[in-house]
Design a protein around this ligand. Sequence first.
Ligand code: ADP
Length: 616
Amino acid sequence: MTLRSKLLLAQLPLALSLLLVGLVSRRTVASLDHNSQDILKDNYLSVLAAQRMRDAVDTVGRVAISHSLGVESDSAAEIKEARRIFDRELSFQEGNITEVGEKDATARAHATWTQFQGVFDRLMESLPSKAAEIYLRELQPTLVVLEKSTAEIVTLNQDAMLRKSDRARKSAERMSAAMLAATLAAFVLGFIASLYITNRLTRPLSVLAQAVRRLGQGDLAARARLPGTDEVAQVAGEFNTMAERLAEYRSSSLGELLQAQQSSQAAIDSLPDPVLVLQLSGVLLNANAAAASLFGVDIDASGEACFARVPSEVRTMIGKMREHVASGKGAYVPSGLEEAIPIPVREGIQYFLARTNPVLGEQGQVVGFTLLFQDVTRLRRFDELKTDLVATVAHEFRTPLTSLRMAIHLCIEGSAGALSPKQADLLYAARDDCERLQGIVDDILDLSRIQSGKIELHRRTVSAASLLEQAVDDHRQLARERSIELRVSPMTIDRPVLADPDRIRLVLTNLLTNALRYTPQGGSVEVRAAPETEAVRIEVSDTGPGIPREYIPRLFERFFRVPGTQEGGAGLGLFICKEIVEAHGGRMGVESDPGQGAIFWFTLPAAPSSVETASS
Ligand code: ADP
């Protein structure tokens, strides 16, 4: 059955109730009508007939009186009509006897009417004097009887009318009560039936709605099972098909997701280095097998329990990286092996370099981060070996190099006899190379001292200006030889710094040597110092070729030299400078555009008293 038919069916009981009420009303009205018809037919017509008979008798009586009084008139037609009316009404009355006593009164009227007519005819044929006597003696009594008879007929019928009308009123009251009862019953029955049918009709809709709600809440097994073929059942069928497809899609995309997750798990598990994936809140999302075996990360535990057995160094590093990523600085890549942190693991202490990558959400916001601990223990050991080896070699070079330099010096001075110009040129070249070699040996020995932590600072309050002046003085000769202008820019405020003058001199020497080395003849090198907040910034600028942009980040690494550089040492000078500056608590950097020269700068902490003086 279609939904339309069902809806029509739901309205049927109410329609039937209406019909029932209509029928009952019709019957009631018909019954009332019947009652009034009865009164009209049975009594009212009899009353009318009796009255007409009386009128006819009156007319005839009046003619008789006139004749008795000797008043002649042409009343034959009138008499004839009155007689016809009386006869007609009498005959009607005789056929409409309905009440007790009415028959006798009618019969009496009939008999008296016959007698009256005989007397009247005789009266009319008599002379007026005789006629008056006949009237008074004979006609008058019959007239009275006729009057009485017709009056009795009227009274009987009027009483009956009153009775019947009373009965009709009572019947109408009964009918009205019955109608009210029928209306109420029809309403109640119709309402209950409609309610029942409507409920049955809407039940499938609520089943469907429930299934839709469950599906909306993620229950993909929800189905609306409805029998029949109506529109709701069809919608339920479509809904079930949709839910089926959704479940299939979910299981297939779940499968893909699972596969993707397993692939990424396999990928990170295949890495020998520990990998952690964390939420920005620090909650562990994933970890690879190496993290579990090396750091004791328990991925199956929840919350902080995951890190229960994890070394504190790892936890500290997680906190640092979290801060880095949360501050929006992006990925973190360590700049060198010196950032490696020692972590106690099962096999003993191992060194790890931590690098991190932010994990972005749908809107591009940082929601977590990955953390890779690269095991650099072996690399570090090689590095140490290399540094040790280089330091040993440098150390071994020192004594022979000193005697070599001494010998060359003595030869150049002529202590071993006069030199030919050719010999002198060769010895000058040998001296320059020895000096260069000495520089490299010194750098290497400085480096090994720095790396073994043997760099000791003897800090004191010194004037920044005097440090600059002294360093520049040391290099005036070299600047002259190279035809380069070397100057110190006058300081606006000479703020004392807290520094080890010998070490800072080494830094300035390195920077000035580089500047003079790489600046072509006719160029200039300038040294200046400027106060900063609680520090002094020292700059060495030159008009040399500058440094290509891509090499700037690596300039302060050990053994790094800009490719193609002919002169210079082993690429250690800037590294050593930075280490010394940072040991003082300062920072070091470079600003350079290719072809525009270079500005190497570093900061030194201002001496405490000078800070107070400056701020006061
Ligand atoms: P080196 O002892 O070999 O000079 P440094 O660490 O002092 O090593 O310098 C590293 C590299 O930086 C040098 O090889 C050179 O290429 C570059 N460099 C340093 N200073 C300057 C400068 N003032 N102008 C141009 N290049 C420079």
